[in-house]
Design a protein. Structure first.
Length: 337
């Protein structure tokens, strides 16, 4: 099967735009987005599930093709951190320069490091009135997936083991809210930063890749059935098995992840010359804060249009001057290795 002939670029872009729209609508709406018409259509949890599943598929493929483990990890780090560092530090430098942050460079540096490493942010990195970049909680989750990929790949090569691990990961997801309620202190904090509640999403993509000769054809064949099922369960019945917005119920997640990966192959190969997905994901909330806090613009539909337009522009610039040079460097390094 020609797995390189896919439309993951477009699927990833749709997911990133969905997260951007959901976050900006939620933070500019008095009801947190719940009062917005068709909120379940754009709530970010389905898009997060799609992004983790796509990552499971593509990163597993990258690992299988990578000649050395060190090269694999280097590629993953360079994919995530250079643009992340820029997206975290540039707003902080601007806010500090115009006097919107406390004059405490040491604490600001510490908070920046925490934000880059675990997605934490506080008063030393965001000014009064800002909401902070809440999207960054997924970065540490994603890095754990990368670290575990060699182990996951070996375990999933056994069909029986892959079924058991996948079922166990879904059960852990269903129990995770109760686990969070029981744990306290440092252990609770560590668990809140762990990838366990989201592991089944990444495993879904990895399993589809490993058994692609069977499963991709199945996803394409029953694509429209998946769409109907997702519409009925997630939008019609509005099934919720969880009590926290970050956790989409596993039934809806499995359906939307199947739709996303199935669509990437069902509708042929469509690649984008400019990859905006990661840039949109990182920049939309910093742009949202900057326009509101610095430019003093009030929340409105016009405000959202300006945020979305500016985010697309900055994501394009980021891709041109940060991501693409790094991709070229990685490609040259692998060619010479």
């Amino acid at each position: 099967m020609e797995i390189n002939k896919n439309s993951f670029d477009i699927i990833s872009l749709i997911a990133a735009v969905d997260v951007m729209v959901a976050h900006t609508v939620a933070h500019s709406s008095p009801g947190g987005g719940a009062d917005f018409p068709f909120w379940r259509f754009i709530a970010p949890a389905p898009a997060v599930a799609v992004m983790f599943a796509i990552s499971g598929f593509l990163v597993t493929a990258s690992y299988e093709k990578c000649p050395r483990l060190l090269d694999f990890y280097k590629k993953r780090v360079l994919r995530i951190y250079p643009l992340l560092i820029v997206a975290v530090t540039v707003p902080v430098i601007i806010y500090f320069g115009i006097g919107l942050l406390p004059y405490n460079p040491v604490q600001i540096t510490i908070e920046c490091l925490k934000t880059i490493s675990i997605g934490s942010f506080g008063k030393y990195t965001i000014p009064v009135g800002a909401i902070g970049n809440g999207s960054l909680w997924t970065i540490i989750i994603q890095m754990q997936f990368y670290f575990l990929t060699p182990i996951i790949f070996k375990l999933l090569k056994s069909r029986k083991v892959s079924i058991l691990i996948f079922i166990g990961a879904i059960v852990e997801n269903l129990l995770s809210v109760k686990v969070e309620q029981v744990l306290t202190g440092t252990i609770a904090r560590i668990y809140s930063l762990s990838c366990l509640p989201y592991l089944y999403m990444y495993l879904f993509g990895a399993i589809i890749y490993i058994y692609r000769e069977i499963l991709l054809g199945w996803l394409e064949k029953y694509f429209w059935l998946f769409c109907i099922g997702y519409g009925l369960i997630h939008w019609g019945i509005a099934l919720d098995l969880r009590f926290d917005w970050k956790y989409i119920n596993p039934i809806s997640a499995l359906l939307v992840m199947g739709i996303a990966i199935g669509a990437a192959f069902k509708f042929g190969s469509h690649r984008l010359k400019i990859d905006l997905s990661y840039g949109i994901y990182l920049w939309h909330l910093p742009v949202f804060d900057f326009i509101h806090v610095v430019l003093k613009m009030k929340y409105s539909f016009c405000y959202l249009l300006i945020v979305w337009t500016a985010t697309f522009v900055i994501a394009g610039v980021s891709n041109r001057y940060i991501e693409k040079p790094i991709f070229r460097y990685v490609g040259q390094h692998q060619s010479s290795a």
